[in-house]
Design a protein around this ligand. Structure first.
Ligand SMILES: Cc1ncc(COP(=O)(O)O)c(C=O)c1O
Length: 473
């Protein structure tokens, strides 16, 4: 314990915020394993905690490690093992753990004014101006919340208020949260006998997601046929709804679903379809937004400006702050939905979000994501060529996925390999959270090529070990 405390003090002392390299000294020597992982202290603490704490994620159950502290791109567990962070929590701590500027901003307001309902504060004024300056196309009517799901619920209410319509169309395998309306835009409880109250509400429909690796409709050359998807959607709007669709709800990139990007021509065509039927395009950027793909909005890759956007996760780098934004011309709708909440926009939250945006600008983070993102893309393409169980690699910037299959021609998902690669790489010192047969990766956006390569090395070694165990090599 004394060793751990000293190492935290050393890391902070040795890493004053002089430059964008604030995290580099502390990352030296990572990964560093001093016990097998998870170590004895981790296992005991996990056991004690899980006597009471129920509903843990599968990742925690498969690797019961207990973390003590994080700094920059590394995490240290209670046994003193130091890991490279390849998931940013769950797409949250995107600017690194305990970024000095962000921690300082939260700390300052925690001693000055913690909550004052939704009255204006100096830091809220600055955040509003900053957000309006970075968002495209008059997306500047804003409300703040404290988790992604609540922002999504507000977006659903706002869509109804703007359009005076009540139906919603979303896509298979998107994820938007776990409360009534947000879960109604997803398929979380598939195959379960009971959905325990979280079943889909009336008026919420789902249509196929355009997954280029597993397309439902293809052209004669076998590539995904975007037009066929758009035709199906149009037909569905006309025949499968009561003609009252308020919004088309989509993640710009399927995050939880496995870092799945639609084809390049998809969103421009979807936007046109929405315009034809006066349907709002609601872009849920809770996971993909705020720089993860190299743009403030992932949707900007396709030059499309949505009507509604939600932000979360990276927005406060770990401080719970989220946002729902509509276009200026629709701002009045937020007056109709009683948009404010108890914690949304409290001074600490505004300070965290403002500091995050400033850090992204000051440290040229979008550029880093684009540059190192190219390294990721190249290296992963090579891995795909060399490994029989890698069916597909996907991603832009730092929103990445490697899809494991039993056979490249049948594309049968290789779930067991996903679990084994997850555990093996974690034991080598990689803190990450893949899902099933798709190895999801979302490293902190501050990471440079040296550590990007180190993370992929640990994953590739683990894949090779699994291939050998299963007789592929
Ligand atoms: C796209 C998307 N929307 C909404 C949510 C819900 O956010 P939260 O977990 O903060 O409620 C998530 C969470 O993973 C998400 O990925």
């Amino acid at each position: 314990m004394i060793f751990l405390r000293l190492s935290i003090i050393y890391e902070h002392f040795n890493n004053t915020y002089m430059s964008k390299d604030w995290w580099k000294n502390s990352a030296e020597g990572t990964p560093k394993l001093v016990t097998e992982a998870p170590g004895p202290k981790s296992r005991t603490m996990h056991e004690n905690t899980s006597k009471y704490m129920k509903g843990l994620s599968s990742q925690v159950k498969l690797f019961p490690v207990c973390f003590d502290h994080g700094y920059g791109i590394t995490l240290t567990d209670v046994d003193g093992n130091k890991y490279l962070d390849f998931s940013s929590g769950i797409y949250v701590t995107s600017l690194g753990h305990c970024h000095p500027k962000i921690s300082e901003a939260i700390s300052f307001w925690s001693k000055k004014l913690m909550n004052i309902h939704d009255f204006t504060t100096p830091v809220k004024e600055k955040l509003m101006e900053k957000m309006a300056s970075i968002l495209p196309g008059k997306l500047n009517a804003i409300q703040l919340y404290s988790d992604g799901t609540t922002a999504v619920e507000a977006a659903i209410r706002a869509a109804r208020a703007i359009s005076n319509k009540h139906e919603f169309v979303s896509v298979y395998r998107d994820f938007h949260g776990k409360t009534m309306a947000s879960v109604s835009c997803a398929q979380m409880y598939r195959g379960q006998t009971h959905s325990y109250g979280a079943t889909r509400a009336p008026g919420f429909y789902m249509v196929p997601h355009p997954n280029p690796y597993r397309p439902l409709w293809t052209r004669t050359d076998g590539t995904i046929d975007t037009d066929a998807y758009i035709d199906f959607y149009e037909n569905f709007i006309l025949e499968g709804t009561v003609g009252n669709v308020a919004a088309f709800v989509m993640e710009p990139v399927q995050g939880w679903g496995g870092s799945i990007f639609p084809p390049e021509d998809f969103f421009p065509k979807l936007k046109k379809l929405c315009e034809k039927y006066k349907i709002l395009l609601y872009d849920d950027e809770v996971l993909a937004g705020m720089g993860r793909t190299g743009e403030w909005l992932a949707m900007s890759h396709w030059d499309v400006v949505p009507d509604i956007v939600t932000f979360g996760k990276s927005f406060g780098n770990g401080f719970p702050v989220t946002a729902m934004v509509v276009k200026e011309e629709n701002g009045e709708a937020l007056e109709k939905i009683s948009a404010s909440s108890s914690y949304g926009g409290n001074p600490m939250a505004c300070a965290a979000a403002l500091a995050c945006i400033e850090v992204i600008e000051e440290e040229d983070i979008l550029n880093n994501v684009r540059e190192v993102g190219q390294y990721f893309a190249k290296r992963m393409a090579k891995m795909k060529e060399e490994h029989p169980i890698i069916g597909d690699v996907k991603g832009k910037g730092f929103l990445l996925g490697i899809e494991l299959v039993k056979d490249k021609s049948t594309k049968e998902p290789f779930d067991k390999a996903g679990v084994l690669v997850y555990q093996k790489a974690f034991r080598k010192g990689l803190a990450w959270i893949p899902a099933g047969h798709i190895l999801r990766m979302s490293p902190p956006l501050i990471m440079d090529e040296k550590y990007a390569a180190m993370g992929l090395d640990m994953i590739e070694e683990s894949i090779l070990e699994v291939e050998k165990e299963y007789g592929y090599k």
